[in-house]
Design a protein around this ligand. Sequence first.
Ligand code: NAP
Length: 285
Amino acid sequence: MSEEQKTFRRAGVLGWPIEHSKSPVIHNYWLEKYGIEGSYEKIAVQPDMLEDGFRHLVKKGYAGWNLTIPHKEAALPLMDSLDPAAERIGAVNTVVVGEDGKLKGYNTDGYGFLKNLESAQPDWNAKSTTALVLGAGGAARAAVDALAQKDVPQIYIMARNVKKAEKLAEELATEKSRISARAWGEDPELFEQVTLLVNATPLGMEGNTDTPDLTIIRHLPKETAVVYDLVYTPLETDLLERAKKRGLKTVTGIGMLAHQAVPGFSYWFGQRPEVTEELLDLLTA
Ligand code: NAP
């Protein structure tokens, strides 16, 4: 590695397509804020070129990179080692290149999910929570894992593909966290117990024509329930609007995106960055 490569640190985000990624906004904001010499770029890599792409970046002296759709699962076998969250979740979103050129894969989505929840709702108490996560895809997996690792005693996963929810429940349950799968549909008896509702489906997202089922909101316990939507375009989804109208506490999804970037930036650029209101405003501008 040249002297220039040692002081000027490079990172980026790999995806296919990649134009939509907001990660450069986050990392370039922090690079500027902390006066760090470095760069963070969007890098388009076709799925069948992933291994070659990694090799090329290591050769060029990259400190690491993020992975987005469709590379998160495919990267798993290409890592030399994995952090426990990546192993449990079965997907890598952050790669760090070691001094020896070896690749370590991390998954920081669950971390981002939790940090955002804790900073938006500082009084939230994991141990007294009954959670209901809607959806059983990648984001749901990260959210359920983060909640289970926090010892949330009961987590329900509701999905239209109940087999997927069952698999998730089986893989992520811990001694202290029971996880149960439920078929998609009205279940007022369950909804009345839920103190944390998480939408981890694309329902309510701009451009998504399926209509979210908002009736769930009226069954949640008014004094204690928190409604957290991972969808962040729009920032205030119909689900959150409805929850607010009923006087429930709400959490938007944009902070998850910002917080999941913190560990990667720290590893690559040697500075633990802060998620500021200014950054969140930039991301929603
Ligand atoms: P994914 O892997 O495709 O999973 C989507 C899940 O939603 C699947 O379980 C899918 O069911 C379900 N679903 C889709 N349409 C549905 C419908 N009409 N009714 C019921 N269930 C439906 O996607 P993902 O990566 O988990 O992302 C999910 C959402 O979270 C996206 O909107 C994404 O923008 C958001 N997200 C936000 C962040 C953040 O930082 N805030 C991070 C990641 C994701 P099937 O399996 O049956 O298709």
